[in-house]
Design a protein around this ligand. Structure first.
Ligand code: GDP
Length: 303
């Protein structure tokens, strides 16, 4: 239900237009496909993905000898799910959580996308599942970032390992990993600085942070989650490319899906950059985070 509610704006934009299109056309012709193409691009599905979908749809219409535009509508959702799942359903959802010992999750992404909020929400989720959680204030660059993480820590009831503003993020990570190990914590969630202005610096900082974590815990970090703001549309694609170059991104958290009519960006990220969306943010509150599910997502666009 939450998932569906979060997609209200996208659904109104997308399926409203598709319904209108289907109502206006008597037959499935080239003009029909051209209008459909525009609707999909308008929902930020991404150019390459739209082209692929339209090609697939044309083939299917031919194969099944579909004449009625209304029939195309159900094929659209089928094909959207197919495109999303092409790269493997099993790796698309869920996190790589260690059944025994510490799991370290690193969060990357530019400022303002909702990184701190997502860390707080996930901390709450893990705590609810009975796991012990610790937070690492690795964004020592942005003024207020440490305080903000502490506010979430208090709200959720988990400790934050920190140093002063301007300190070395790798040193904070070192402290955090040590603390997590000695306290026998299940999950360590690590914030990082989100500056993109200088890609070389970003890369160096992330590499250093990762190296410290790896040295203390072989195999860690177990996830590197890139947090993206769905309302930034195609910009989110560019950010994904940049962060993929800087570090090994294992999954995406797409925030503010509730605030955009362009939720099609999920498909573009998956299909064009081959990174699975693992969670979506559907609001500002503690429990406004949902595990991503491609079928629920696609059917939420229509139903
Ligand atoms: P950070 O700079 O990346 O750490 O971003 P913050 O966590 O401070 O979030 C920036 C703003 O986005 C805050 O006002 C959050 O409440 C808001 N926000 C974060 N996630 C979501 C979401 O899923 N939906 C909505 N509507 N707002 C969100």
């Amino acid at each position: 239900e939450k998932f569906k509610d979060g997609l209200t704006k996208t659904r109104d934009n997308f399926s409203g237009k598709v319904n209108d299109l289907v109502a206006r056309y008597r037959k499935v012709d080239e003009d029909f496909f051209e209008e459909l193409e525009e609707i999909l691009i308008g929902a930020d599905v991404g150019f390459e993905t739209v082209m692929e979908l339209i090609d697939e749809l044309k083939l299917e219409v031919k194969r099944k000898n579909i004449k009625d535009p209304a029939e195309v509508q159900s094929v659209i959702s089928e094909k959207l799910v197919e495109i999303y799942e092409k790269a493997g359903k099993e790796e698309q959802s869920g996190l790589n959580i260690q059944s025994d010992g510490l799991t370290v999750i690193l969060f990357v992404g530019v400022n303002g996308v909702g990184k701190t909020t997502t860390i707080g929400k996930l901390a709450h989720k893990f705590k609810t599942e009975g796991k012990s959680v610790l937070l690492a204030a690795g964004d020592t660059f942005r003024a207020g970032a440490i305080d903000q993480l502490e506010v979430w820590g208090e709200r959720v009831g988990v400790d934050v390992i920190k140093q002063g503003e301007g300190s070395d993020p790798a040193a904070v990570m070192y402290d955090a990993v040590k603390a997590a190990k000695s306290r026998g914590v299940d999950i360590l969630l690590c914030d990082t600085a989100g500056r993109l202005q200088n890609k070389v610096n970003l890369m160096k900082e992330l590499e250093k942070v990762k190296r410290v974590i790896e040295r203390e815990i072989p195999g860690a970090p177990h996830e590197v989650l890139l947090v993206l703001d769905a309302t930034t549309g195609q910009n989110a694609l560019i950010q994904t490319k940049t962060f993929k170059e800087a570090t090994d991104v294992s999954g995406i958290v797409l925030t503010k899906l509730d605030g955009t009519a362009k939720g099609g960006i999920v498909l573009a990220i998956r299909n064009e950059l081959n990174v699975p969306v693992k969670f979506v943010g559907l609001g500002e509150k503690m429990d406004d985070l949902q595990e991503f599910d491609s079928e629920k997502y696609v059917y939420g666009l229509f139903a």
